[in-house]
Design a protein around this ligand. Structure first.
Ligand SMILES: C[S@@+](CC[C@H](N)C(=O)[O-])C[C@H]1O[C@@H](n2cnc3c(N)ncnc32)[C@H](O)[C@@H]1O
Length: 241
């Protein structure tokens, strides 16, 4: 490989940002998003909470908030929020709480920003591998189709762990593979930007989450998603610091 690992990571992230910026600017999202969202576990009530523009910009692979219960005052962080669908729905469930929706593609955040006024949603431009947030602030971290894209999953998982309160929970929808990915994907230099090149298997994902400090890790709701499998991952930060 030419250059250092971090050069490679920088290039991968630049490609990812370019891809999602283009998608946001060209409004190039999957059609019939409401039907897709229902297939992936969103209720009609959840979908009805969304302004049309947000609903039409769904790019997830599951419904992370379906696994959480809300008292109404939680701090929820949506990591890699895109146009912000999950955080926006969560904001309706935490009227006296706070939602922080994080993404490193400004063009995606701009879509959310258009609808965030008057809601508990705060938009934050940041890489999920290095969050400008204090430790121990969040009750829940949610994420949808993002960690498969991150070149340094260990760092991203450690950051997610750091910002959670003791006993804080995660609900992530992500992609995993069963064994080797097809050759054409592994050999595609742009595979990382198409959500597939960074996909790992369940054992690797579980070990990385354990190494970051998570307990009670469950990987469930398997759903075939092209050549990979969409899953829901839930876990908890231990009870004391
Ligand atoms: C497949 S889209 C999912 C968007 C959203 N979660 C949803 O379900 O519609 C992936 C998003 O992750 C963001 N992303 C990827 N890697 C990231 C990173 N390292 N830090 C912050 N955002 C990232 C991209 O900019 C993009 O908006």
């Amino acid at each position: 490989m030419v250059g250092s690992n971090s050069d490679w990571e920088f290039q991968v992230k630049s490609q990812i940002k370019r891809r999602y910026a283009r998608q946001a600017l060209e409004d190039n999202f999957r059609p019939n998003s409401a039907t897709r969202m229902k297939e992936l576990g969103y209720s009609q009530d959840m979908i009805s909470l969304l302004p049309d523009e947000l609903q039409g910009a769904f790019s997830g692979c599951g419904c992370p908030i379906s696994d959480l219960t809300f008292a109404g005052n939680e701090v929820v962080i949506d990591l890699g929020c895109g146009a912000g669908i999950d955080g926006f729905i969560a904001s309706k469930l935490v009227p006296s709480g706070v939602v922080i929706s994080v993404d490193f593609t400004f063009e995606m955040l701009k879509i959310l920003q258009n609808h965030a006024q008057g809601t508990p949603v705060n938009v934050l431009a940041s890489d999920v591998e290095s969050l400008p947030l204090r430790s121990g602030i969040a009750d829940y971290a949610i994420s949808n189709a993002v960690f498969n894209l991150t070149p340094n999953k260990d760092m991203a998982y450690r950051e997610m762990h750091r910002i959670l309160k003791p006993r804080g929970r995660i609900a992530l929808c992500d992609l995993v593979c069963n064994g080797e990915l097809p050759r054409e994907i592994l050999e595609d230099p742009l595979a990382h930007t198409t959500s597939l090149g960074g996909v790992v298997d369940e054992d690797k994902m579980r070990s990385a989450l354990e190494a970051a400090g998570f307990v009670e890790i469950k990987i469930k709701n398997h759903f075939q998603f092209s050549v990979v499998v969409a899953v829901m991952i839930t876990a908890q930060r231990k009870g004391s610091n």
